[in-house]
Design a binder for this molecule. Structure first.
Ligand code: OAD
Length: 230
């Protein structure tokens, strides 16, 4: 049985990573939509770098939680039959042991050259003074900003959405294209599952809605999908 899992900020919330809607979408008085954009980076690159520097540094203080670990265990059992897509830019899925993670909104621990597009691991602060070692171009966070096309949308994600089971975990389902994945999977005949603290606006699309904390519900789902009696 092929399963595709989409995670959002809610799966990392219990690890201590703030979600977007919890903070009312604000950071230091700035609307995230005003900072995480190509226009903001062109106009005030150091403000945008500061926004991501803080989030990058905060990652060193948090750990994966049982939800991340349950998905890593499911990958061990299902192998290629599991596709994990995340909207999150943190590395908690990887630190929990997941080896194949499609970061459709990019990764905060990577930087990208604005000129040659080279992608580098990057754990420290980033500034306009940093240059690409290959071509000398400027570096930007390797994350998807508003108005930019998410990654893996050409091939990997459409193929993954042909799975028999689609599970959305800890996402408000407000930001497209990810917000459209459940309906797309359902149209292909998938059983759709949502795990969230509360029903999301699109909860009616889902066949199964598990209300509760990801750290409790995801291990239950993983055991059930992995063939265990729960
Ligand atoms: P949101 O902050 O929009 O939604 C987080 C969801 O997780 C909400 O529905 C919460 O109810 C739920 N939640 C919070 N704590 C939870 C817990 N312990 N267990 C289960 N669910 C919990 O975050 P996303 O949906 O990930 O895009 O946001 C999607 C995108 O919007 C982000 O990737 C980002 C943002 O703008 C870009 O940066 C391009």
């Amino acid at each position: 049985m092929r399963i595709v899992v989409l995670t959002g900020a809610g799966i990392s919330a219990e690890s201590g990573v703030p979600t977007f809607r919890d903070a009312d979408g604000l950071w230091e008085g700035h609307r995230v939509e005003d900072v995480a954009t190509p226009e903001a980076f062109a106009w005030q690159p150091e403000l945008v770098h500061a926004f991501y520097d803080l989030r990058r540094a905060a990652l060193a203080t948090v750990e994966p939680n049982p939800a991340h670990r349950a998905l890593a265990g499911l990958e061990e059992r299902l192998g290629d039959d599991l596709t994990l897509v995340t909207q999150n830019i943190d590395d908690l899925h990887e630190r929990a042991g997941s080896r194949r993670v499609l970061h459709m909104h990019g990764e905060i621990l990577k930087a990208r050259c604005a000129r040659c597009e080279a992608v580098l691991d990057w754990r420290g602060d980033l500034s306009t003074a940093e240059r690409c070692g290959a071509c000398g171009g400027g570096l930007r966070p390797h994350v998807v900003w508003f108005g930019e096309m998410p990654f893996y949308m050409e091939e990997e994600i459409p193929r993954a959405l042909e799975a028999e089971v689609f599970a959305a975990i800890g996402t408000s389902g407000l930001v497209y294209p990810a917000a459209g994945f459940a309906a797309q999977a359902k149209a292909g005949g998938a059983l759709t599952v949502e795990i969230n603290l509360e029903p999301t606006p699109s909860f009616r699309i889902f066949d199964v809605v598990l209300i509760g904390k990801a750290s409790e519900k995801v291990p239950e789902l993983a055991r059930a999908v992995g063939g265990e009696v729960i």
